[in-house]
Design a protein around this ligand. Structure first.
Ligand SMILES: [Zn+2]
Length: 104
């Protein structure tokens, strides 16, 4: 579930904008951490804040990324899920992908 607002607060007031980017940090061992969401206007604020927190060792070190929220729409998630299932499937003993599915 994503927050429906930008995570940034200015002088105690939360930004009312809808989130446009998911802020993530990818650590050296490829673990991805979602830190929050931000609107386009506050991207630089968030980046600066994340870098500061990393410097203070408050959050995990790694590469900061901004993923557009729109790209994680339900359609994308559904097709990705199919791929995950295939990837996760235990090594099926050398069966060609479409051997039994074609009605010939
Ligand atoms: Zn904002």
């Amino acid at each position: 579930m994503l927050p429906n607002r930008c995570s940034i607060s200015e002088r105690g007031r939360q930004c009312p904008n809808p989130p446009e980017f998911i802020v993530t940090v990818t650590s050296d061992n490829s673990d991805e951490y979602m830190l929050g969401v931000t609107c386009d206007k506050h991207r630089q604020n968030v980046l600066g804040e994340v870098l500061r927190l990393q410097k203070d060792k408050k959050i995990v070190d790694g590469r900061v990324g901004f993923t557009p929220v729109k790209s994680v729409g339900t359609d994308c998630i559904r097709s990705d899920a199919d791929e995950f299932v295939q990837i996760d499937a235990p090594s099926s003993p050398s069966s060609p992908l479409s051997s039994s599915s074609s009605p010939a």
